[in-house]
Design a protein around this ligand. Sequence first.
Ligand code: PMP
Length: 424
Amino acid sequence: TAAMIERRDALLGPAYRLMYEHPLHIVRGEGAWLIDADGRRHLDVYNNVASLGHCHPAITEAICTQVRKLATNTRYLHDTILELAERLLATVPGTELAHLMLTCSGSEANDLAYRIAQTRTGGVGMIVTDTAYHGFTDAVSKFSPSLGENVDLGAHVRVVPAPRQYHAEGADVADTFTRDVEAAIADLKRHGIQPAALIVDTMFTSDGILPGPVGLLKGAVEAIKRAGGLFIADEVQPGFGRTGEHMWGFQRHGVQPDIVTMGKPMGNGQPVAGLLATADVLGRFGENSRYFNTFAGNTVSCAAALAVIDTIERDQLIQHAAGVGKVLRDGIAALASRHEAIGDVRGVGMFVGVELVSDRALRTPDRALTTRVVNHMRDQGILLSACAKGHNVLKVRPPLVLTAEEAQLVISALDDALSAAQRT
Ligand code: PMP
């Protein structure tokens, strides 16, 4: 492994990062499992790209069938992209979302969403939560505070605290979040900046996985629309059924997005991403701009995305995510009686956040312990990672197909890891 790391550093340069103290060299994937070069199996409860399981046969088959027939771009008439648009728009009943635009990555989807928002509103101001990640492009990195202090946020960006219910003792979380967004809008206006959009990862993934309370986003969305801005729901993480409730995270909050961006699990590994937008929002952008993105919306990516939607529906994976997700969440929550370091366990569906603290009453983040637990789990063959401002929330994000038996493996490994990490 050491020689491979050296070779990789030499070839790829210094900007790439590997996960874990002992990086993994994987060669194969199947279901929720990754197999390393020594043939050892690792349970992947972190990778939400292969959300239907690694190398899902139905997706592989759809990709192979299409790639044998035709792989080309959106400048020709082709059924796959139209079918995909119809299927995706059918997942958002009761909204005004009317059109699909495709990209190759979530970053590109958010970049495009920002351009559309600027054209529609005439504004440039962006409001984001304080540890959010929305992508790597120049424009999007300027409203992705989780990239850290070395990446400057734009002068047109205002950051609001993520709704951390566990810190807001007695306070109404939704009201507090609404007030914070209203204050950010007022501050933009005071500086002569018209807001373009409020963008929210509807599960607040990088902020520490904050699913609730239900309806949390309502007041903030009303506030941004009153101010002439748009609401962009970033569904790159929560989308495609991960919450075990709906296809999309925004649906649990009963809000109307102007734009919904998506990616990661959309092709179960095939790079396909995009956005849904209302006709009103896209109107002016369409008049003024031509959109072409060489690889985006290619026939093979569309076939993969169609197979993903088919599989979620056919195998009832949203319901499955709810059931096994609850087993996982309840099992982890039960560990709190034995492990003082567990400050909070929260989540919905196949999305669980486990907050680790050095003082339960004060909720003091324990970053060092979290890092030890992540590495200990990896050494035991369970792959996960951490998120949140204090880097102290274990991010447990298994494929939707995880079984109850596999969930038990995660729970008992976490029990061991917490004991071992506290001893060291
Ligand atoms: N939005 C969110 C919420 C994300 O988590 C990510 C990726 N981690 C992105 C956007 C960017 O997606 P991509 O890496 O496909 O560019």
